[in-house]
Ligand binder design. Sequence first.
Ligand SMILES: [Zn+2]
Length: 250
Amino acid sequence: MSIVQEITCSHCGAPISFEPGEIIATCKYCGYTVVIETGKAFTFEHSMLQNKYDPTKIEEPVRNWMRAGFLKPPDLARKSKIMEKALIYLPFWVMSVEAESDYKGIFERITPPVVKEGKIEKKYDWLVLARKATKFPTREYDVPLTGKIAYDFRKIEAFAKVLNSEIDKSEAVELAKQQIEEHHRYLAQQDVDRIIEMKNEVKTKQTVYLHAPVWFLKYEYKGKTYESLIDGATGTIIKGDIPSTGFGIF
Ligand SMILES: [Zn+2]
């Protein structure tokens, strides 16, 4: 069990509880967001995406997903039982960035090998999950940013859970830079076989703190439990465990 601590909300006076490691917390009674260490108000843009599903309706996109695709057992939708459904608003940092990488490498696929140079120029809304231990496939999550609104605690369902941030803005910017450089290295490797030099520049244009609704579902199929994650704003399956059909290649 983790130890829950409390501070008093300086806006409405209610207790704001937080767990060790959390650094930005939001009051569930008034939506006030505070930097725990300083006790001061959070000053960056705090946004949210709205959940469009209730615990009954969320089964529909999951059943549809179970029915589609040849990799799944044909009786998956019929035979599986949804055991747990939890709606969690996950905290993210979204950074609008312009990223440039100049690289030099050796193209070895021809003889003799040649030195080749190239440039990658991209714009991203790069997402960093503001939690350290939560397992979430951030890169597979196509966050529907067009639907974002200012954070409104009244739009959070009573049964939902809102997670606080464990990563501050500067740490998130640093993480985004590292991840983008890694991604560009991967892209450059499609063009040259061996990178000998690479220069990256990542300019952050805007940073938004965002709470996004994600449904965590557990379902049972033939005695085993599987997990799926669904975007509560769009009903898109972010990740779904698929039971083995038993006719695998191996
Ligand atoms: Zn409050």
